[in-house]
Structures are given as C-alpha cells and as structure tokens.
Design a protein around this ligand. Structure first.
Ligand SMILES: Nc1ncnc2c1ncn2[C@@H]1O[C@H](COP(=O)(O)OP(=O)(O)OP(=O)(O)O)[C@@H](O)[C@H]1O
Ligand SMILES: [Mg+2]
Length: 109
C-alpha cells in the first residue's frame, strides 16, 4: 500500500496535478479480500504500461526511483499472500486491484 500511494504521490508531483485524489476501497466475499487503489495522477503511457511490474523498470530519475516498488508489491501479493495484483487505466489515472484469498493454504511439498 505504501508503494502504491508513494507512486501516486510521485505522479501527482511530476504531472503537476493539484486536485489530488487517492480512493481506496476494501471488500470481501466468502473467499477473497479485495483492495482497490485508484488515483487521478495522470496515468501511464501505453509503451510503459506492460512493464511496470518488471524489476528495475522506472521512468523516474535514478535518485528518486529504483523501479523495485511494484515488483516488490507483486512479490508480496503473489508469493506472500497467494494473491494477485493488477492494474487498469481509469479516466485520469490508474487503478490497482489486489485480491487476497482469505483461506490460508499451507505449502505442501
Ligand atoms: N500511480 C501511478 N501513476 C503513474 N505512473 C505510475 C504509477 N505507479 C507506477 N507508475 C509508473 O510505474 C513505474 C514503476 O513503478 P515502481 O514503483 O515499480 O518504481 P519507481 O516508483 O519508479 O521506483 P521505486 O518504487 O523503486 O522507488 C514508475 O516509474 C512510473 O512510471
Ligand atoms: Mg514506486
């Protein structure tokens, strides 16, 4: 969550957005917890869109971004929680969708 919010904050500043919204929703059903994080920070170029979860992919200056934030977020969601993280474009920015299964399934060799 910190990675996502920090990215929105960086994009608000880079894109000089003054009316800044980050909308976080949570919900769950019998099996899954769901979190969405939506911003209006200007969105992501088509050419970059498919790369953002790759390690070391960044559009930021090397002093301000290593490109590991979303890669780590994906590892945490997938390997830490056995869940998923996805992104979609919205009207003025992006929305991240996190889904985490509620049932704990122990790893079996
Ligand atoms: N909410 C967002 N709005 C616009 N662009 C985004 C957003 N989130 C991520 N990005 C883009 O995805 C790239 C990768 O994000 P990621 O968090 O992995 O790395 P970073 O923020 O560049 O560096 P780090 O998080 O390691 O400091 C960013 O450089 C930025 O171009
Ligand atoms: Mg980041």
């Amino acid at each position: 969550m910190i990675n996502l919010i920090q990215n929105s904050k960086d994009a608000f500043i880079y894109n000089k957005i003054t009316k800044r919204d980050i909308i976080i929703t949570t919900s769950k059903n019998d099996t899954m917890a769901k979190i969405t994080v939506e911003d209006n920070a200007g969105g992501i170029n088509d050419k970059d869109f498919d790369k953002i979860f790759e390690p070391y992919f960044t559009t930021k200056h090397s002093s301000s971004g290593t490109g590991l934030g979303l890669f780590m977020s994906k590892i945490i969601c997938e390997q830490g929680f056995n869940g998923t993280i996805n992104i979609q474009k919205n009207k003025n920015g992006v929305t991240f969708f996190i889904q985490i299964p509620l049932e704990i399934v122990d790893d079996v060799e």
